[in-house]
Structure formats: C-alpha cells, structure tokens
Design a protein. Structure first.
Length: 66
C-alpha cells in the first residue's frame, strides 16, 4: 500500500465514519492514484452536501426544568 497525500488523508478523515471506513478499505485494496482519490473525495463530498440534513427533534436543545 502506498502513502496517501496528507491533504487527501485529512479530507478523507473528515468523512462520516461509515463512508470513511469504506473508502479506506477500498484505497487499501486497490491501487488508486492521488488524482483518482481526489476526484472520488470530491464526488463523495458533493453527494453529502446534496443530501437533506438529518431530522432533529423540535425539543432538541431545550432545557427541561425540574
């Protein structure tokens, strides 16, 4: 396995845990050039930005009094 460029590794580590582990597994098993990994990360981040934000409870953040 060859080393991942530090900037690409930093971007990869910012991914959600499930996606991050999938990408790390893929990169570890497949010869991927830095340019290919960069395109893959750009595509992943773009798709994450297009997904709707997770639903939150309307009560989230409210302090309950005793």
């Amino acid at each position: 396995m060859r080393a991942i460029h530090p900037n690409l590794f930093a971007r990869l580590m910012q991914l959600p845990p499930g996606i991050r582990s999938d990408v790390l597994e893929f990169v570890g098993a497949t010869p991927v050039a830095d340019a290919q990994l960069e395109r893959m990360l750009n595509d992943i981040w773009r798709s994450l930005e297009l997904q709707p934000a997770p639903a939150t409870s309307p009560l989230e953040g409210l302090a309950l009094s005793a």
